[in-house]
Ligand binder design. Sequence first.
Ligand code: FAD
Ligand code: DLZ
Ligand code: SF4
Length: 514
Amino acid sequence: MSATLRLVLGDQISDGRLSSLRDLDPSRDTVLFAEVRAETGYVPHHRKKIALVFAGMRGFAGRLRARKVDVRYVGFEDADNAGSLVGEVRRALAERDYDRVVVTKPGEVRLMAEFADFAAKSNVPVELLEDDRYLCSTQEFAAWAEGKRELRMEFFYREMRRRYGLLMDEGKPVGGAWNFDKENRKAMPRRLSPPNHRFVAPNKDTGQAVADVARLFPDHFGSLEGFGFATTPDEAEVIVADFIAHILPGFGDYQDAMVKDEPWMWHSIISAAMNLGLIDPLDVCRRAEAEYRAGRAPLNAVEGFIRQILGWREYMRGMYWLKMPEFKQLNALRADRRLPAFYWSGETEMACVRDAVTTTHENAYAHHIQRLMVTGNLAMLLGVHPDEINEWYMVVYADAYEWVELPNVQGMATFADGGLIGSKPYAASGAYIDRMSDYCGRCRYDVKRRTGDDACPFNALYWDFMIRNEAVLGGNARMAMPYRTLARMDASARAEVQAQAERTKDAFGATVRG
Ligand code: FAD
Ligand code: DLZ
Ligand code: SF4
């Protein structure tokens, strides 16, 4: 009688949607889960992320057991824990006869290489199945990219809209345009308050996982207080339903706005659960569209939300698998400095950075504009080496997996990819942060000043970045405006901002790496 060993990874918590469990035979097969040091430690993840993954795995194992499936669950502290996923598969094979091993392909190149190597050497056949929980397979993405000079998200997104018929009327985009992003850049008016978000109370698995992580990972970054992430499909549904009904209508308008002590704004806070596998991306897109069709949510909100998931999320994954492993080595601007220590401690007088880092520490979450225009922008302007930036983003967010983190850092936040993803760097001075937030009025720095002790550090760093990278960026048509302004700056003004920027880099500990 043939028995199959089916390995489920920590970000494959997808009841009923996982390719490796599709032909599961509960009378013969074993489903293997393993909490292993190799996965908790390849970067020292935020403690809430580890608790999320452990609770997700334990809950899924419980639901399978309730269906009478034979589950082999290896706990982190089990005496014989092999310490790696492949090691645990080997151990299971040594203890019982299986005819084959089945696993849905992992989301990171690192682990894919380990599994491919194991499959090549194993005496028992190992099947690596496609991860079809995404809306565009890696092969389909490669076919779309084939022969194209530029791989812009916008054109990929239009194809995806057509393919899934989302927000389409008779082959044309609803509302006569593909993208309503221009309507989604409003600063939040003072009289408005962001909506209340629904979080979930800890269940028995999250309570235990939080306690275990507190004990096992005392030195990792991040607070475990107030754990509110969904770790089961039912909990994820509560969060999604609440977002769709109450928050989605405002998603567009203030998508780029930042407000002190308001970490959630009108964002959906679904990335951690969706990347774990608990939320079907097509389902949320269709539900968002239904709100527009029913007249309950405006088009700029619904289109904006769908674009993030159907467009950006799928595009980033496609780019990751298309461009790795070289993607990780790219450093088009030759950035070579260290990440300031305040990215970990939050101890800085920059009100915007302090808020982004402290809420990240508390919540394992920051919304997109904080990631892109505050912490990402500052690291790029300082010239921090991409490896250090990538590591920080991998560590600090509950939704961080390399397939989505790396393209966002290399392509969006730092321009390390030299323009594969974005046509220009998202570099900005303090004026942008002032326009989109209420931080500057509460900051010890003066956002209007470029030089001097109380000058906003973003300002001199911005011009220093432009000067430093003139050879690479000066010919970029989309950078014409700042370079025209720079051309009007005389030599002494240039020297002054460069000297100010150097003092800032020193003061921040952004020294050149050895
Ligand atoms: P919302 O603002 O409500 O958006 C809805 C959903 O759209 C998100 O849940 C997410 O699944 C998707 N989405 C939105 N923007 C992007 C994007 N740029 N790329 C991919 N998906 C997107 N997202 C991650 O999931 N994991 C990461 O590790 C990650 N790292 C990032 C690093 C940097 C430097 C930047 C600039 C962005 C990063 N993002 C990452 C993208 C984005 O910031 C998060 O997906 C988003 O903030 C999650 O919050 P939310 O669920 O409230 O999203
Ligand atoms: C992120 C993570 C963590 C912290 N721990 C585990 C684990 O103990 N066991 C496991 O199977 N998966 C874990 N994961 C998720 C994996 O790192 C993830 O599957 C890969 O990075 C591929 O995306
Ligand atoms: Fe951030 Fe500069 Fe504004 Fe302070 S003044 S909050 S450092 S942008």
